[in-house]
Ligand binder design. Structure first.
Ligand code: AHG
Ligand code: MN
Ligand code: MN
Length: 362
């Protein structure tokens, strides 16, 4: 398609909105503001060592609420998200990987009906080595009493299951900058046109292939894995000579956004499962601003996202920065991994004949 005929992100959003004649356009405006934050972050990333945003942050004692060292670019990207969206009157509040508590919209600005939840820079360990990073966001509707009263937001307002997200997406700062988005009607991918500074629709109706022959997992954690994960990976490694009867390829970028993008483009499966590495953490990735938005995109693209035990979008969150085991990608592979978890659970479940009230209790 000639470049000039490609719809912009604005045009795409307006056309999506026509499905809802009563919609006010606030969601569209919010998504466009988020896209401006992503463009600004893309510029900061592209300057690399020539900019002033490399290295670790001097702010906040260098460690975020996750106990992770903050890069300067983590902090700068967080500020870009906040400052491009807080003023508009569309938000009731925000939450971010880089902020311990919910962010209150300053009194100088009106408050609106949405909550914005984000990971401003995903894969930030890759920033110093010039490997792709990204931003992830999720838009939720604020609880009705927040909208009616305009009160400050609290953690509980954000603890909504991923199944009721209004929109979600990511920006990928790779060889090209892309924005991949769902407003609940499939997934569309936009590429940043550097001449115009606009996102142009380049990937309409992205679908994840159902089958895969590529998997992504950090295998340095293998001694901590649970048996169903070991089983799945062993079977992939056995390739053509094993039960799968075909060879698999493996990738690990350590930027979930980049892995999610590869999977949306050509299929595959990603696992950062629950493991026994740190008993206090149910997984590595965060439910509200990593697992849920990526899960929404996968489901909207015909793929699947799971904890291994249940669909990730069905999990009721218990805290803002909750971690969770995450498996996503090609539908049949994810279902296979879930079935291995269910097999293990069944095997480990006490035989009903022997439980406390059972027939053969000893
Ligand atoms: P973040 O940079 O936002 O903390 O997220 C990094 C995440 C994710 O993008 C990636 O898949 C994973 O952490 C990498 O973990 P390992 O370092 O264990 O490979
Ligand atoms: Mn992240
Ligand atoms: Mn991050």
């Amino acid at each position: 398609m000639p470049l000039s005929k490609r719809p912009t992100l604005t045009q795409y959003l307006i056309e999506q909105r026509r499905r809802f004649p009563q919609a006010s356009g606030e969601l569209n405006a919010l998504i466009l503001d988020v896209s401006i934050a992503c463009k600004a972050i893309a510029r900061a990333v592209a300057f690399g060592e020539l900019g002033e945003t490399m290295g670790v942050s001097a702010e906040g004692g260098d460690v975020n609420v996750q106990g992770e060292v903050q890069k300067k670019l983590d902090v700068v990207s967080n500020a870009m998200f906040v400052h491009t969206t807080e003023w508009s009157g569309h938000l009731a509040g925000m939450a971010s990987e880089e902020m311990a508590d919910p962010y209150q919209i300053p009194e100088s600005y009106p408050r609106g009906k949405y909550l914005l939840v984000f990971d401003p820079l995903d894969g930030s360990s890759n920033i110093d080595v010039n490997v792709s990073v990204g931003s992830i966001f999720s838009i939720l509707r604020a609880p009705q009493d927040v909208i009616d009263s305009g009160r400050d937001v609290v953690e509980a307002d954000f603890l909504q299951p991923g199944s009721i997200q209004v929109a979600a997406g990511y920006a990928l700062y790779g060889p090209t900058t892309m924005l991949v988005l769902t407003v609940g009607n499939g997934v569309a991918g936009f590429t940043l046109d550097l001449n115009l500074g606009e996102f142009k629709l380049t990937h309409a109706d992205i679908r994840v292939p159902e089958d895969a022959h590529e998997f992504a997992i950090n295998s340095s954690n293998s001694r901590f894995w649970e048996p169903p994960v070991t089983r799945y990976v062993d079977e992939c490694l056995a390739g053509r000579t094993g039960v799968r009867g075909k060879d698999f390829n493996m990738r690990w970028i350590a930027s979930m956004v980049a892995e999610a993008h590869r999977i949306l483009m050509r299929g595959g499966v990603f696992l950062y499962p629950r493991d026994s590495k740190d008993p206090d953490k149910a997984g590595r990735l965060r439910l509200l601003y990593e697992a849920n938005p990526i899960g929404f995109l996968m489901e909207q693209a015909g793929g699947r996202a799971s904890t291994g035990r249940q669909p990730v979008l069905g999990v009721p969150p218990s805290s803002l920065h909750q971690r969770i085991g995450l498996v996503f990608g090609s539908r049949r592979e994810v279902e296979r991994i879930e079935s291995y978890h269910h097999d293990t659970a069944r095997r480990e479940a006490p035989n009903p004949l022997f439980v406390e009230r059972g027939l053969f209790r000893d």
